[in-house]
Design a protein around this ligand. Structure first.
Ligand code: G6P
Length: 602
């Protein structure tokens, strides 16, 4: 979270920084700021709230000619989202932007305060700039002072620092937070993802963890420890196909509609008539793998949990699921012969990335299922399967989820095909169902309109319970997550059979239960669970292909002969329901409060 842009060149520096930040705003939108250095003078602007406020604030600022600039969009970790806490943070003559968390900032801050340094913000970041200036006062050598600063801080960071007394230079460091360098014909950028670089730079250098150094108008020097590193340049796409809403009210709505096409892409050249091909996995990659450990956060975790039913049922391979932030600190025992699979839309989620590194350190073979090629997670894993969802802008994840589940289903079939866990006929039946997913995901206008009309009955109450069984339990979790993320209403996902062990105590007409009822999996069991809630007068909205006599409302899905086809159709229903409720409540659907698209702090 948080987005960073740096720029050195003679083109319009303000435009470069603001357009770069626009591409990164999804990473955090509590506040934004920029600093521009020209001929030894630095101008700084900061604004609370969305980037447009910074655009307004800098309207009259018109720097011309060669300039060095750094900019930042923030998701607050230490200190409220105020202007003072917005980046860049300043010392006497230098400025810093930072993404990540400086874990030992308190002790560093205390010792700087003892030496008479005055802090004005509540952030951990401000310590960097004061530390740098205090080392500079001792060493009189900026590069050395920066090196000592990096040596003194602990935690995760991507840092850009400029100094009036040095001029024409950006110092940088990266550890645990993404940072890359882009090069154009006569300008250079830093950015915390590819997005700001595409269309303005021809190539990118993806910095490894532990990299630090400087960039000036002539040179880029990169070190890891004391050793100089020769940068590996990778070409970037030439044009930035700026995501547009294309007539939809929100990116999230557009992305719900895009799912059909996206999953079509995911399946291309992978789900063939009677066989699954995963060319990204080298021959023998799965040899010796006896069990799977899936690890992820948020919606990606729900995709993992959904697929655990498929791996065990179809591929007959033991599968465990882990929430990455829990996994990291509970001294997990990793088994030999276990494939460690991380799932991430962004490929930058700090907890997932660290879990992946832990698994690698313990000797596990690792696989990433990721939407972003060249992301930290894709690069770190032994192999990666890309989900091909395309850019997802809405903070609430939609098409990333459906493409992740699709890739995981493909992988389950691939394992089953290799191990013989499914016979040829069953495999062909699965693939046939899979190839029908794009058509099931196509949104029918009348279905959407029905959900829109129905949504007005679900704007109050004391809570929502999404319930389901088997595969539909993780989908219930995802339905509840979607609703709470964008409507700010309290919602929980629960295994339907577990309601009687506690939550049923809440049942009354103001408890809205959304029941995901599959015709193909545990239908009778699910109906009994629903009856128990109806008997306690809970308000019940059924999502099902069949009428349920006593349900208050029904969103009817098509009759499907495969549970996963019901799963994908219901996926669009829960997404649209959350969307329409949020729109009626007037929230900012694409950038809901307190959230960020990519969570690069733990
Ligand atoms: C954030 C996003 C979620 C996402 C989660 C994991 O919380 O708001 O939508 O599911 O991070 O992100 P990842 O990029 O690793 O899938």
């Amino acid at each position: 979270m948080c987005g960073i842009v740096g720029y050195i060149g003679s083109n319009n520096v303000k435009k470069a920084l603001l357009e770069g930040l626009k591409e990164l705003e999804y990473r955090g939108y509590d506040s934004a700021g920029l600093a521009v250095m020209q001929e030894g003078r630095i101008d700084v602007f900061k604004a609370v709230g969305k980037l447009n406020n910074l655009v307004d604030k800098t309207a009259a600022f018109d720097p011309k000619g060669f300039a060095v600039g750094i900019a930042h969009t923030r998701w607050a970790t230490h200190g409220k989202p105020t202007e003072i806490n917005a980046h860049p943070h300043r010392g006497d003559h230098s400025f810093v932007v930072h993404n990540g968390i400086i874990e030992n900032y308190k002790s560093l801050k205390d010792s700087l305060i003892e030496k008479g340094v005055r802090f004005i913000s509540q952030t951990d970041t401000e310590v960097i700039v004061h530390l740098y200036e205090s080392f500079l006062a001792q060493t009189k050598e900026a590069f050395r002072a920066f090196e000592l600063t990096i040596g003194a801080i602990e935690g995760a960071y991507a840092i850009l620092l400029i100094d009036e007394t040095v001029g024409k230079t950006i110092f940088f460091a990266k550890k645990g937070s993404p940072l890359q360098i882009g090069e154009g014909t006569s300008w250079r950028y830093f950015a915390s993802s590819d997005a700001p670089l595409i269309g303005v730079c021809e190539s990118a250098i993806y910095l490894d963890d532990g990299s630090w150094g400087y960039m000036n108008d002539r040179d880029i020097k990169i070190f890891v420890g004391n050793a100089t590193v020769s940068p590996q340049k990778k070409p970037l796409p030439l044009t930035r196909s700026a995501a547009q809403k294309e007539g939809f009210r929100f990116f999230m709505e557009k992305e719900i509609y895009e799912q059909s096409r996206a999953v079509g892409e995911t399946l291309t050249s992978r789900a063939l008539a009677n066989v699954v091909r995963l060319d990204e996995l080298q021959e023998g990659f799965l040899d010796g793998v006896e069990s799977l450990r899936l690890c992820a956060c948020g919606t990606s975790y729900h995709a993992a949990l959904s697929s655990s039913y498929l791996f065990e049922r179809l591929a007959k391979i033991e599968t465990r699921c882990e929430i990455a932030s829990e996994f990291r600190y509970r001294d997990p025992i990793l088994r030999k012969n276990e494939l460690f699979i991380v799932i991430s839309q962004s490929g930058e989620t700090a907890d997932t990335l660290e879990a992946l590194k832990m698994a690698k350190r313990s000797g596990s073979k690792t696989l990433a299922i990721c939407n972003v090629d060249n992301s930290s997670i894709s690069r770190e894993a032994d192999a990666a399967l890309l989900t091909r969802a395309g850019v997802e802008k809405g903070v609430a994840s939609t098409k990333a989820f459906s493409t992740q589940v699709t890739v995981l289903w493909l992988l389950a079939l691939y394992i089953a095909q290799n191990s013989g866990a499914l016979n040829a006929e069953d495999l062909a039946r699965e693939i046939n169902a899979m190839r029908r997913v794009p058509s099931v995901l196509a949104i029918k206008p009348e279905r959407h309109e029905h959900i829109r009309r129905l949504s007005k009955r679900y704007l109050h109450g004391h809570g929502f319970f999404f319930i389901g069984r088997d595969l539909f339990y993780p989908l219930a979790l995802e339905g509840a997550l979607k609703l709470k993320e964008i409507s700010y209403l309290h919602a929980e996902g629960y295994p339907a059979g577990e309601m009687k062990h506690g939550p049923i105590a809440l049942a009354d007409p103001e408890l809205f239960t959304i029941a995901l009822i599959s015709k193909n999996l545990l239908k009778d069991k699910m109906q009994s669970n629903v009856e128990e809630l109806i008997a306690r007068d809970s308000t019940l909205l059924a999502i099902s292909s069949e009428r349920l006599a006593l349900a208050d409302d029904l969103i009817e899905i098509d009759e499907q002969d495969h549970p996963l086809l019901e799963f994908f159709e219901m996926t669009t229903v829960i997404q649209l329901l959350a969307l329409e409720i949020a729109i009626r409540l007037g929230t900012d659907v694409d950038m809901p409060r307190n959230l960020a698209k990519s969570v690069t702090v733990e």
